[in-house]
Ligand binder design. Structure first.
Ligand code: 9WN
Length: 439
């Protein structure tokens, strides 16, 4: 099946389901990537991917991590709309139904919006492209402001997450230590649905992890999503470096969008300041020994030491001093990551094979995720490392040509895992293909 077909089959009209069976709803950070892919097929449809998501933005600016499809078959995803229905009555929630989750995910949206504009301009669709950016800009600004205020009362430039699902890299070992200290309380019994859609339960998080995930949801609901209350008592509060660096990249994109839209100077100063603050925050979390940037557990005031792709956050944030860029590239091409001799292709495993609790088939504990390769490819390009970027793009396209548009891949064998028609995988493939000859 071709990338374009995957997106067409998952197209629900105004939005795209993340995958046909496993994920029949609209996911937030997936939509940012999906817009990037759709831009190459139909810029108007790509624009609607984002405007439809932002129609469910919360009053405080939060963009929900899932917008539930009222037409999805009952019990197709857990926790689904019923589980989140009470969140629809919280003070900041948007009108419901459709219901949304009360969590959020990394802000890929400005990256998507900017790509839509770039392609629209190339195609001579400037008028419609600019109209779209004018419509979305205030919403993007509100979203980023939420992340840099409610989720960063410290003013560190780094985003605090309340749940591993907010990171988008759910069961990454980087959260093990913080999650292990979460004690699960009394909850109604529940039935997982995700295991019905994969070949092997080892590809998904364990039951213990799931229980903690649901308990954290329960606590957020009990706090009625009151951010100050959550900050005070929640057992899982982590400064997430991957989330934070995507926000830096998104703020840079927002600056470009702001210039196209023509906004007051004070907006440019504000957003430019956010970019600087984010980079400085990442700098504070640099670990010279691992040659990576590390998340911080606020509850236990401790650094979360793990070798995962999230550690390359400063590369994604860009504008690095030469010494830091070289240190990051050394780690990336070392035997901990791309230099690991067992890798089938030189693509970044989500977790280093040398890391404790690495698992080559389990979700974010080892498999290669094409969207992460896309983020690193883009970062290498922007750092002027065009040969390395090109090698990564070539390897990634080869993996997809052989294994299809899977959610993730076993790093040593290239076996396709998880969902097999994953929208964002097809989307980044389209962007890579559009880059042919452009480098
Ligand atoms: C929970 C949809 C989402 C991605 C996440 C990925 C996975 C959900 C799940 O699927 O998470 O949000 O049920 O496992 O980890 O990054 O957005 O593709």
């Amino acid at each position: 099946m071709r990338a374009e077909e995957v997106l067409r089959r998952n197209d629900m009209g105004e939005w795209t389901r993340a995958a046909p069976d496993l994920y029949p709803h609209q996911w937030s950070w997936d939509s940012g990537f999906i817009a990037i892919g759709l831009a190459h097929l139909d810029t108007a449809r790509a624009a609607r991917e984002l405007t439809s998501l932002f129609a469910h933005q919360w009053k405080n600016g939060k963009v929900p991590h899932i917008v539930f499809n009222p037409e999805a078959p009952p019990d197709s995803y857990f926790p689904g709309a019923e589980h989140w229905a009470s969140a629809g009555r919280f003070p900041d929630a948007p009108p419901a139904p459709p219901y949304t989750s009360a969590l959020c995910q990394p802000p890929t949206h400005a990256l998507g919006a900017l790509r839509v504009w770039e392609v629209a301009r190339e195609k001579g669709e400037e008028y419609a492209g600019r109209r779209f950016l004018r419509e979305l800009y205030p919403r993007l600004l509100l979203w980023h402001r939420y992340l840099l205020t409610e989720r960063d009362p410290e003013g560190s430039g780094l985003v605090t997450i309340y749940h591993p699902w907010e990171s988008g890299t759910d069961n990454s070992p980087r959260f093990d230590a913080a999650l292990e200290s979460v004690e699960v309380g009394e909850m109604p019994p529940y039935e997982r649905q995700d295991l019905n859609h994969v070949d092997d339960p080892a590809e998904r998080p364990t039951d213990e992890e799931y229980a903690r995930y649901l308990w954290l949801v329960e606590l957020i609901k009990r706090a009625r999503c009151d951010e100050a209350k959550i900050y005070e008592g929640h057992p899982f509060l982590v400064k997430d470096v991957l989330f934070s660096t995507i926000l830096v990249a998104a703020n840079e994109a927002l600056l470009e969008i702001a210039r196209v839209v023509g906004v007051p100077e004070e907006d440019l100063v504000l957003v430019g300041g956010w970019v600087e603050r984010g980079r400085a925050g990442l700098d504070d979390l640099w670990d010279p020994e691992l040659g990576l940037c590390l998340d911080r557990d606020l509850r236990h005031d401790a650094s979360l030491r793990a070798r995962t792709v999230a550690g390359f956050a400063p590369l994604i944030a860009g504008d690095l001093e030469l010494a830091r860029l070289e240190a990051l590239l050394r780690t990336l091409y070392s035997p901990y990551f791309l230099g690991e001799p067992r890798l089938r292709l030189p693509l970044p495993p989500s977790t280093s094979p040398a890391q404790r609790r690495f698992h080559p088939r389990s979700y974010w504990r080892g498999p290669v995720w094409p969207v992460v390769s896309w983020l690193l490819w883009r970062s290498l390009l922007r750092a002027g490392e065009s040969e390395r970027a090109e090698a990564m793009r070539g390897a990634a396209l080869r993996e997809l040509a052989e294994g299809g548009f899977a959610e993730y891949f076993e790093p040593f064998t290239g076996e396709a895992l998880g969902s097999h028609e994953q929208s964002w995988t097809a989307a980044v493939a389209l962007d890579w293909l559009a880059h042919d000859g452009a480098s």
